[in-house]
Write a new protein. Structure first.
Length: 411
């Protein structure tokens, strides 16, 4: 019997822990190296501490990548959503429940800790060894194996290495971009990285008085060829705007700044379109503009939008001139949202960009440049919207990398 393959997984986040579970499960001697004391810190803070573990339904078109969309889909289809749900419920013993309005799946316990602890425990049960407080500083191939350099400790050797070091978002969770630098140093093409799913700011903040107001909207961000549209929760903050809809289009705004432009953000504040508002603003007794708007919008926002359109809220609908009505309807259906910046990696839920998907074999996640090196999770050039999509990406790519690293990839 040949000795089992030795697989080192770098990073005990969502993708790395999944890779370790599957590498160890396939019989490899698996070592999970993690920089922090405990690992999985993003899982702990995810979904407001409840961990939106998966989407209830998957729309592949909602992923964003600068690489081939075809490759992205092939990767996603390798582990169907229904099988992932079964894995969590049966293998991990974590029943999932759907939040109907958002189509998100959560552990029935609503405790992110159960997900993090459950994954690490399963990795251990399948035989993986966990090595916390270990920062990997470099990787190099030597004699058909991999040398793993560590900060303040002797280098280790492995037959295969899975890099699952994440991106640059929320660095306090352990991911600081070092993994990306190592992969770039090994010759991989890395698409420019940027904060994604991050709140936007406006300075001066024209709507600061509305901080705390939230409502469902449809928002569109446009910059040249790039467009993103999202419907969902919108939240006014002291510094600007947040909520799932804003986060979902933020990448277009962030990238426009990187390219010295400024994306245009427009908001439809209610479900009514122009014809619907035209009807809703028809004169009706002594009803005022403010009164008509407040029927469908939070009071403070109704007054602020009327003011933005240059219409006093106490005017009656009968007094509205044609041009005022036109301005008001334009503001309600396609109101321009002033913004000047973003909250960056400090608050970004994910990192956009990363190692090009062209650099890996989509079946095995093995690097096309470095045999024996496998990549998964946020280091790769893909992210999804709010709703469990980013964990789904971590689970799918982590599993594929773990299985293939244990099997020996191409050979
Ligand atoms: C506030 C917040 C809420 C979120 N909520 C959700 C949600 O509800 N649903 C969802 O789908 N997604 C959510 N996400 C996104 C999701 O957390 C990430 O997409 C996912 O964690 C990425 O997994 P990963 O394993 O690739 O990277 P990470 O989870 O970032 O893990 C990388 C790991 O590698 C370790 N590491 C890094 N460099 C080294 C090194 N050199 N040596 C050793 N170890 C290293 C890090 O310490 C870390 O443990 C959220 C993100 C944030 C920030």
């Amino acid at each position: 019997m040949p000795p089992p393959r030795e697989v080192a997984v770098i990073g005990a986040g969502a993708a790395g822990t999944m890779a370790a579970i599957f590498a160890a499960g396939a019989g490899a001697r698996t070592l999970l190296l993690e920089r922090t004391r405990d690992g999985g810190r993003k899982i702990l803070i995810s979904g407001g501490g409840r961990c939106n573990i998966l989407p209830a339904r998957l729309d592949e078109r909602r992923f964003v990548t600068d690489s081939s969309v075809h490759t992205l889909r092939n990767i996603l289809r390798a582990w169907p959503l229904a099988e992932q749900v079964t894995f969590f419920e049966r293998e991990l013993g974590l029943p999932l429940v759907e939040e109907r309005e958002t189509e998100k799946l959560f552990p029935a316990s609503h405790r992110a800790r159960d997900v993090r602890d459950g994954l690490l425990a399963l990795a251990r049960r399948r035989g993986a060894a966990f090595m916390p407080e270990t920062t990997v500083t470099g990787l190099r191939p030597e004699g058909g194996r991999w040398v793993i350099e560590r900060d303040g400790a002797a280098a280790l050797l492995a037959d295969a290495v899975v890099v699952a070091t994440g991106g640059l978002s929320v660095p306090t969770t352990g991911s600081d971009g070092r993994g990306l630098a190592i992969l770039r140093g090994l010759g991989h093409a890395v698409h420019p990285t940027y904060p994604a799913l991050t709140p936007l700011t406006a300075s001066p903040a024209p709507f600061a008085a509305l901080a705390g107001v939230s409502l469902p909207v449809t928002i569109v961000a446009r910059n040249g060829e790039r467009t993103a549209r999202a419907s969902g929760g919108f939240l006014f903050t002291h510094r600007g705007y947040s909520g799932p809809a804003v986060l979902d289009v933020s990448h277009v705004a962030v990238r426009s700044r990187m390219e010295h432009g400024a994306a245009r953000l427009t908001v439809r504040w209610t479900s009514l379109d122009a014809a619907g508002w035209d009807a809703a603003l028809r004169p009706e007794g002594t009803r005022t503009v403010g009164g008509a708007l407040r029927r469908r919008l939070p009071d403070r926002l109704a007054d602020a939008l009327a003011a933005e359109a240059g219409v006093a809220p106490d005017r009656t609908l009968a007094q509205l001139r044609r041009e005022e009505r036109r301005r008001l309807i334009a503001m309600l259906c396609e109101g321009e949202l002033p913004w000047t910046g973003d909250e960056g990696y400090r608050k970004a839920e994910v990192t956009g960009g990363g190692v090009s998907l062209a650099e890996i074999d989509p079946r095995t996640m093995e690097s096309r440049r470095c045999p024996g090196l496998f990549l998964c999770g946020e280091v790769l050039d893909a992210f999804g919207p709010i709703g469990g999509y980013n964990f789904l990406w971590a689970w799918v790519t982590g599993r594929a990398a773990g299985v293939a690293a244990a099997a020996g990839g191409r050979d």
